[in-house]
Ligand binder design. Structure first.
Ligand SMILES: Nc1ncnc2c1ncn2[C@@H]1O[C@H](COP(=O)(O)OP(=O)(O)OP(=O)(O)O)[C@@H](O)[C@H]1O
Ligand SMILES: O=C(O)c1ccc[n+]([C@@H]2O[C@H](COP(=O)([O-])O)[C@@H](O)[C@H]2O)c1
Length: 208
């Protein structure tokens, strides 16, 4: 008996911390694109291109607290364990294709990252684009079709692999904003799940 391939979205971020916008965008994508699973994939604190402010352990604990009630949301430690310090999305996606050979995989990202790829800022961008499909979420002020058409690599692979998604609402709460609020005596309580807010307070995270 053959089973129907599942549709799986892979949502990569430093999740430092995970916010209600990560959760809302993930559930909006899952709903509209009919995904069976969304994999929350934290990037390692050994990553060269972005400094993380919190240990892998704390970020993972917060992801687990945030997604525990949603059966479609799963956590995957791949980039924390296997690729420490040398993680590139093209490599990560190869790993997931090996892990889920029967399923249809999508890398989920915001339009800011599409612009970065168009600007040649990602590693192994040719393999990344040739081998994968993407769900790209609109972000304030970014013209996604323009980003695709100005990059020869992107426009020459515009065969349906880029699924552009306007979210219907521009919610631009970032992890940076939440970290700044915690460190400067602000009150970001309702911008992240209560369980994560309490975890941050209990563990005195994001203090200067
Ligand atoms: N409001 C948003 N709308 C659409 N995509 C978003 C939004 N916020 C984050 N993303 C996407 O989520 C992924 C992870 O983003 P990231 O965690 O870096 O966002 P962030 O909360 O702005 O974090 P930081 O402030 O630490 O940079 C990226 O693909 C990013 O484009
Ligand atoms: O592969 C790359 O070159 C690459 C460059 C920048 C970002 N990424 C991935 O994109 C995801 C979101 O990145 P960021 O910078 O918004 O945290 C995360 O999974 C990163 O590993 C990947």
């Amino acid at each position: 008996m053959t089973t129907k391939p599942r549709k799986i979205g892979i949502y990569g971020s430093s999740f430092d911390p995970i916010t209600n916008v990560h959760l809302w965008t993930a559930s909006t994508v899952a709903h509209r694109k009919n995904l069976d699973l969304v994999i929350f994939l934290p990037s390692s604190s050994m990553r060269h291109d972005k400094k993380t402010n919190t240990s892998d352990e704390h970020r993972v604990n917060m992801i687990k607290l945030a997604i525990q009630d949603n059966p479609k949301f799963v956590f995957d430690p791949y980039e924390l364990t296997v690729l420490a310090g040398m993680q590139y999305t093209f490599h990560t996606m190869r790993h997931f294709r090996e892990q889920y050979p029967e399923d249809e995989l999508y890398f989920i990202m915001g339009a800011d990252l599409l612009v970065d790829i168009a600007d040649g800022k990602w590693s192994h961008e040719k393999e990344l684009i040739e081998e994968n499909k993407f769900i790209i979420m609109a972000r304030n002020g970014i013209d996604m079709t323009e980003a695709i058409s100005r990059s020869p690599l992107l426009r020459n692979h515009d065969d349906g692999r880029f699924q552009l998604m306007s979210k219907g609402l521009a919610m631009e709460i970032s992890s940076t904003y939440i970290r700044d609020e915690f460190s400067r005596g602000g009150e970001p309580r309702y911008l992240l799940p209560d369980s994560c807010y309490d975890y941050i307070k209990q563990n005195s995270l994001y203090r200067i």
